[in-house]
Design a protein around this ligand. Sequence first.
Ligand code: IPE
Ligand code: IPE
Ligand code: MG
Length: 252
Amino acid sequence: MQDLDALIRQIDSSRIPRHVAIIMDGNGRWANLKGLPRSAGHAEGVSAVHRATEFSSDMGIRFLTLYAFSTENWNRPQQEVDTLMHLIGWAIERELPELLRNNVRIRLIGDIDRIPDDARRRLLDAEKATEHCTGLTLGMCLSYSARWEITEAARRLASKAQKGEIAPEDISESVFDSHLATAGIPDPDLLIRTGGEHRISNFLLWQIAYSELYFTPVLWPDFDKEAYARAIIDFQSRERRFGMTSAQVQNK
Ligand code: IPE
Ligand code: IPE
Ligand code: MG
């Protein structure tokens, strides 16, 4: 195993992804393997969030967007949902002083009204308290799904059209984009999924049109800075062509 410093030396600091999005999967299996309750995996997952945030800031990544709880995750056993909501509220409050010290701005992405009162209040407080921060933007996708987000954008545009505030022919890709929950955040350059599954599970379907996808079997609580550095090194080995030819891209 290479140590972290050796891996960091392999990273080209002039080609750091601007935006990394992560599907943080595998907490339950991590706990199962250790004979622990699933909640222990979620608790350990908080430490992995801390590490990923720190490493993103250190690497100069501008946006880190984390899939923390999907619309579909509301269908889990009520006890697990309650534990997760409690954990999320508690973790954000505990992390807030360090987020402020590191100039990290929290941005909530999702149907936040569905989050139970106590956790929602703590989340909104953290978003407000970090509003002025100009370093890493940490997007927390909670009660989020891409189909929910796209449907909401369509609904808002339809309502504006009905009131005569926008003409249907003026609905361009960029106008649509600005009605998404991620408005103002550039598309992810790199999408990482931990936990070994090769699927998107309703995450950022619009925004990942040209993202580089990276799947790792590492379970989220085990995702350390070394694993993150390997993902960035792999990303830097790719040629992003955006529909053009290799020669065109190399001549740019
Ligand atoms: C990811 O881990 C966290 C959430 C979806 C909230 P899981 O809880 O999905 O863990 P596995 O996939 O069951 O191992
Ligand atoms: C995706 O993980 C959602 C989050 C990481 C928050 P899931 O564990 O919910 O995804 P599936 O059910 O395996 O597709
Ligand atoms: Mg899972």
